[in-house]
Structures are given as C-alpha cells and as structure tokens.
Design a protein around this ligand. Structure first.
Ligand SMILES: *Cc1c(COP(=O)(O)O)cnc(C)c1O
Length: 483
C-alpha cells in the first residue's frame, strides 16, 4: 500500500536549516561527549550523522524536518553504540554447553587470573630462569601434559585444526596417510579432513566403506609412499547399524609391523573418564596412547575446559620432528593461552575437586533439581511482565547437549523456561522478544522451537540470575511499549 502523500516544505529548505557542525559542537551536550569520547570522535560522529540526514533529505526518505534536539540525540546514541565493545557478552541459554559460536568453554577463576596476570606483566615465557638464557615455551606445560596423558612429549599450537595440519605437514608431506572412509569428517566452520590433508601436502588414501572398514583394508593400502595410519574421532555423528571399524590396538599393530606411526585426532580431549562424574564416556588421550597411538591431537577449549589451543602428545622423536617444522612457529600460541592452559591442567591433578572447580564440568554435571529450583525462583519475577505482553511462562523438561562435537547423540536432562503466546494474536511477540533479548547489553540467547522460546537454564550460573531478570524485564518493557 502506498503511504498517503504528506504535505511538507521543500527539501531544499530543510537542508538549508540543518544545524552546522560548529553549532552542534558548541552545544553544551557536546562538552560531556568530548570529555568522554574525545574531540576527534565527536567530530567524526557529528559529521557522519549530518551527512546521513542530508542524504535522507535528498532522497526524500524523511517525513519530518530534522530538529536540533533530535539530531543531538541521534549523535549521542551513535557515540554510545560506537563505544560498546564489538565482542559482546552473552548469557548462553541455548542448552549447548560448548557452543562454538558463543566461545566454547567458560573458564574457572584460577585460569582467568593466570591469563590476566600473564597479560599484565612480563613473564618467563621462553626464558630459562635457572640458566638465565633462552628457553622453550612448550616446557611450561609439557610435564603436566605428559603426566596427564602418559605421553613422552608434548607441544601446543593455536587449535586442534592446527595440530592436525602441522602433524600432517611434518610427517606426511608428499606422502600418503591412510584413513577410513567412515572418518572423513567435516566439523563446523570448514574443518574437513580431506581439505586439511591437501593443504598440508599429504595425500589422502581412503580405505573401507562409509559403514565398514576392516584391518585388511589398511594392510593392503600400505606401500612405499605411506607415511601414516590415521584415526579420526567421529565427533559430531555416529555410524550405527551394520558397521565395523578397526580398533585402535589393531591399527597400531598394523602400522608398527611396517614401522609406520599411528596417529589419532581425538577432537575433544577430555583428560579423565567422564563416567566417574555420571557423564557419558568420551575417549581420552591416555587411552589412545595405551592402545598404541604414537601421536594424539586434541582441543583445549572443548571438554578440557580451557582456552583455545590444540595439543599434540606422543612419541618424543615425532614431537621433535614436528617442533622443527617452520609451521610450528606460525601456529604457536601466546603467553595468555599458555598461562590459561597451565592453570587448567593443574586442576586435573585433583579429579575429586574437578566438578567444583572446572567451570565446564560444573555446568555439565548440574543437578536437575537445582535447575528446577532456579526456574521456580525466576518464574514469579517474570510472570507479570510476560502476561502484559500476552505471553505465558512454564517450566519445561528439555535435553541439553554438550556441543562442539562431543558425544553427539548423548543428551543431558535439563530444565528450561518455556515462553509461548497466550493466543494467536500474540504469536509475533515471542519472535520479537527473542530478538529484543539478543539485542540486550548482555545478549540473552535462547532457542526458538516452533512457537516457543526456550531458555535452557543449564548454563545460567546463580550469579547471572539477577542480570537475566533485569534484561528480560527491560526487553518486555520495550515489547509492551511498542504495542
Ligand atoms: C573439534 C575437532 C577438530 C577441530 O578442533 P579445533 O580446536 O576447533 O580447531 C578437529 N578434529 C576433530 C575430530 C574435532 O572434533
């Protein structure tokens, strides 16, 4: 439908009455802005706002004449928005604990303190304090990693994708790596085993079929150009039904008979068997090494619960070759990562206190009753504001997931606040609320399921409850006002 024509003054008149940059800068609101944001920034934003308004006038996109107060307000909003960090805080109510798009593992206070201190002060990153000379940054965590995995040596790079890439380039450049067809995985964000292989210079030799691979498939594929036998943990899917895979000890035996290394990409590296905490089991680097793997790679920000990094552990001679590769320098981690990694690994020395101290494990092991109680606490605080917007609220049992490809089919029983429209006319409000929550200063991210907004409480730590209520009430207030 066309809008009815609006009677108004000619655009040229509006343009000529637009306040000047000087007029705005000499306004008393500008004084505060200059103190807070600096003169250059205020000038930049004033100019760009005026130019935008001028453009709108010329293109007939305005129905009202721009006045000084409105312009000042527009500039104030823009200054404020530009001063807000782009990397925004989020309350993760998606139900996915290790959400790659929301930064994966949240970290314990010991880890955060170690990282902050490494950022703030000089530290002996590559400096042997005993000898007073240059040291090796990997040594900060190597002993811990060997202790926790049973490996002889270890090295750290930027992430697990980098670990796999470096391993392949160092050991299989222009040579063949044999992998089962059932394990040619793609992980979110463009990590595909065949592509990584190609870029690393390794030639992929696929054996077996999607659902079944046998020992003889590997044995028969080995030739003079073979460099490695590789197993990739199928992190984000399972092959079920008529399946066969070659167990690790068998693969190790086939490789070792021909003096070849057997390597495993574990993906999520949990250092302990999680079944001791009532969670589903996920293979550990120690198990892979005991099964005969010569090298194992895994992530630090998945189940391990630390900062983004990738770890390679295994035979000393192979780790030495990998560290001599120039790409190791390209992919190395910084002091902040190493400080965080060391601190998180130390927590694993005491498995009994881990569920209280490791933030990720704390979230994964939260009791359903605790989340239920949380829902009952939150509901009365939100009920009235929701009702005003024609929305209803109930507590619903849901299933959370671990995320980041860990334990893809396992779900953890969890509790959510379920927000629905009280009648058909209010259905749009569910979608609007979801959007308003995402736009909050601390963005609140839930999950729309059909016509219901689910706010999974698994990752809502008690200290975040108050902030959540504040943001929800503010969003509902805006929703109500917009009616
Ligand atoms: C997650 C994953 C990767 C990639 O690890 P990043 O730390 O995200 O680089 C590689 N392989 C497997 C099997 C994975 O699960």
């Amino acid at each position: 439908m066309n809008k009815p024509p609006v009677a108004r003054a000619p655009v040229s008149e509006w343009l000529s009455q637009l306040p000047s940059v000087d007029k705005i800068l000499s306004h008393k609101r500008s004084e505060d802005w200059v103190t807070e944001y600096g003169r250059d920034e205020v000038l930049r934003v004033t100019r760009s706002t005026l130019s935008l308004v001028r453009q709108e006038c010329l293109e007939n996109k305005r129905l009202t004449q721009p006045d000084l107060d409105a312009l000042l307000e527009q500039i104030a909003q823009k200054l404020k928005a530009r001063a807000t960090p782009n990397l925004r805080r989020v309350i993760n109510l998606t139900g996915t604990v290790l959400h790659t798009n929301l930064g994966r593992a949240v970290m314990p206070s010991e880890v955060i303190e170690a990282m902050a201190s490494a950022a703030a002060e000089p530290c002996a990153l590559e400096y042997d304090l005993g000898e007073g000379k240059r040291g090796d940054r990997d040594e900060l965590v190597e002993e811990l990693l060997c202790e926790l995995t049973g490996a002889e040596a270890a090295t750290v790079v930027n992430n697990n994708a980098a670990a796999v890439f470096l391993l392949l380039n160092a050991l299989s450049n222009r040579k063949e790596t044999i992998v089962s067809r059932g394990e040619l995985i793609e992980i979110g964000g463009a990590f595909r085993i065949p592509d990584i292989m190609k870029r690393a210079g390794a030639k992929l030799v696929e054996v077996g079929t999607t659902n079944r691979t046998h020992p003889k498939d590997f044995a028969e594929a080995i030739n003079a150009k073979t460099a490695l036998l590789m197993k990739v943990h199928t992190s984000n899917y399972v092959v079920q039904g008529f399946t066969a895979e070659v167990p690790e000890p068998e693969l190790a035996r086939i490789a070792h008979e021909r003096q070849l290394p057997f390597v495993v990409d574990l993906g999520s590296g949990t250092l302990l068997d999680l079944s001791r905490y009532g969670l589903p089991s996920e293979p550990t680097p120690r198990q892979a090494i005991e099964a005969g793997a010569d090298l194992v790679t895994f992530s630090c920000d998945k189940l391990l619960g630390g900062p983004q990094a990738g770890i390679l552990v295994g035979r000393r001679d192979l780790i030495q070759r990998i560290k001599k590769n120039p790409l190791k320098r390209v992919l190395r981690v910084g002091k902040i990562t190493l400080a965080g990694l060391e601190a998180v690994l130390r927590l694993y020395r005491n498995p009994d206190t881990l569920p209280q101290r490791l933030a990720v494990l704390q979230l994964l092991t939260r009791a359903e009753g605790e989340m239920q109680a949380q829902a009952e606490r939150l509901r009365p605080q939100l009920q009235a504001a929701l009702t005003l917007c024609g929305l209803s609220l109930k507590t619903q049992s849901v299933k959370s997931q671990i995320g980041s490809g860990s334990l893809p089919v396992e779900r953890l029983p969890s509790v959510a606040l379920a927000i629905e429209a009280q009648s058909k006319v209010h259905e749009k409000n569910v979608v609007r609320l979801e959007r308003l929550l995402r736009a909050s200063a601390t963005a609140v991210i839930g999950r729309l399921s059909e016509k219901t907004l689910l706010l999974d409480l698994r990752c809502l730590t008690l200290d975040k409850e108050k902030v959540l209520v504040e943001h929800m009430l503010a969003a509902l207030g805006r929703l109500e006002a917009a009616r």
